[in-house]
Design a protein around this ligand. Structure first.
Ligand SMILES: C[S@@+](CC[C@H](N)C(=O)[O-])C[C@H]1O[C@@H](n2cnc3c(N)ncnc32)[C@H](O)[C@@H]1O
Length: 393
């Protein structure tokens, strides 16, 4: 563990002194950021999902950026929280902290603030130098994969968040477990590869720390190494509020798009069929990311397929082709079944054909899935004849 940390510090000390092509391409609006962030900071940005969760930040928020590096995301967050909010960046590499600290007053001035509300602290993700329950939103861009003890890092995020607070983390994950020969390659740790967890493992650790309503905001394929697909993902999750007034609501009906689904507390739902729920489940389903997929009521409310609230995306009745695509259920549900007899398990890749790919790319399904392609080159699959009900995979 100590060796891994030293290798990471060495790598990022050098990367702070001189810009390096580390990590992956990002989607920053550099023209916009140049208006208030000095070039020196922009030149040493090493994120993988940028901008990491910026759309989730609100005026007045207390934001914590873990592994803040040269400060790019902390500075962008400072613009979004306004002068009434505050931003703390934490990093373990002195050279990165030096650049970020030197530029903080400049950024605050460029933003027109009368005081500097951006602070950088030296510390580790696994032992954050931050007070418990003091933060509205934790952001982190391409850092957790570099931490040897990810359970502790997620528990720390949970500790520092206020009740109802949230995290938005961009990171590199893999579709399969990363083998030992990559895991112990110190060069690849610094490049955000070896420390990358299999996505299911990553999600389990987030859940074990206590987070709920965990869902994907963004994903993009990155690199395939020795048959392992590494991809960048941006996830959000909530520290649930303890006291929730249920307003007498007792029944939930799944709207879809899944025909069957299991929530993060293990409750099963059939689309359109109401079921009674307990207080903990109501608090879960009332969280914004779940709410749009359920009808909550004081009485059972069945939904027929003719109801405009009923969500169904059926596959087209046509042949399909196997092209090497795998769907990984990521958001909200532990399991979900589509209308073509596939059951997806959170974090486990399932091979899908071209017809199912079209279904999962539809607006209602897309936010639930990361999709990777494992074929080397173009798969020359021939068309497969489907069954009378349209199903073929
Ligand atoms: C890939 S860079 C990303 C920096 C920044 N988030 C960005 O987007 O430019 C990783 C940063 O995380 C820091 N870091 C890595 N592991 C850490 C840990 N366990 N605790 C605190 N900082 C860590 C490194 O020093 C480095 O500055």
């Amino acid at each position: 563990m100590v060796e891994i940390k030293s290798a990471v510090i060495e790598k990022y000390s050098a990367a702070a002194r001189e810009p390096k092509g580390l990590c992956c391409p990002s989607g920053y609006d550099l023209e916009e950021l140049r208006k208030f962030i000095p070039e020196e900071v922009l030149g040493i940005s090493y994120g993988c999902g940028a901008p990491a969760g910026m759309s989730e930040i609100r005026p007045g928020d207390s934001v914590l950026d873990i592994g803040s590096g040269g400060g790019i995301d902390a500075f962008d967050a400072a613009r979004r929280v306004g002068e009434s909010g505050r931003v703390i960046g934490v990093d373990m590499t002195d050279e990165m902290l030096e650049v970020a600290r030197r530029n903080a007053p400049l950024v605050a001035r460029n933003l027109g603030y009368s005081r500097n509300n951006i602070e950088f602290r030296k510390g580790e993700a696994e032992a954050l130098p931050v007070e418990s329950e003091s933060i509205d939103i934790v952001i982190s861009n391409c850092v957790i994969n570099l931490t040897p003890n990810k359970e502790r890092a997620f528990r720390e995020i949970y500790r520092v968040l206020k009740e109802g607070g949230r995290f938005t983390i961009s990171d590199i994950v893999a579709d399969q477990p990363v083998p030992n020969y990559l895991l112990y390659d110190s060069e690849k740790w610094g490049e955000c590869l070896s420390g990358a967890l299999q996505i299911g493992d990553y999600l389990n650790r987030i859940k074990a720390a206590g987070f709920r309503a965990v869902h994907q905001l963004k994903f993009s394929p990155w690199k395939i190494i020795d048959g392992i697909s590494f991809f960048s993902i941006t996830l959000t999750g909530y520290k649930p509020a303890q006291n929730f007034d249920g307003f007498g609501l007792k029944f939930a009906t799944l709207r879809g798009p899944f025909s069957r689904a299991t929530d993060e507390l293990g409750n099963e739902y059939l689309r359109g069929e109401p079921r009674e729920i307990d207080a903990a489940t109501l608090a879960l389903l009332n969280m914004a990311p779940y709410r749009r997929y359920f009808v909550l009521g004081r009485r059972p409310e069945p939904l027929s397929p003719l109801d405009s609230r009923y969500l169904r995306i059926a596959p087209e009745n046509k042949p399909c082709v196997w092209k090497g695509d795998y769907a990984i259920l990521v958001s909200l549900f532990e399991t979900g079944a589509d209308d073509d007899n596939h059951t997806y398990r959170r974090g486990t890749p399932l091979e899908i054909c071209s017809k199912t790919l079209e279904v999962l790319r539809a607006n209602e399904y897309a936010p639930f899935f990361s999709i990777v392609n494992r074929a080397s080159g173009q798969a020359a699959g021939r068309e497969v004849i489907c069954g009378p009900d349209g199903g073929c995979c």
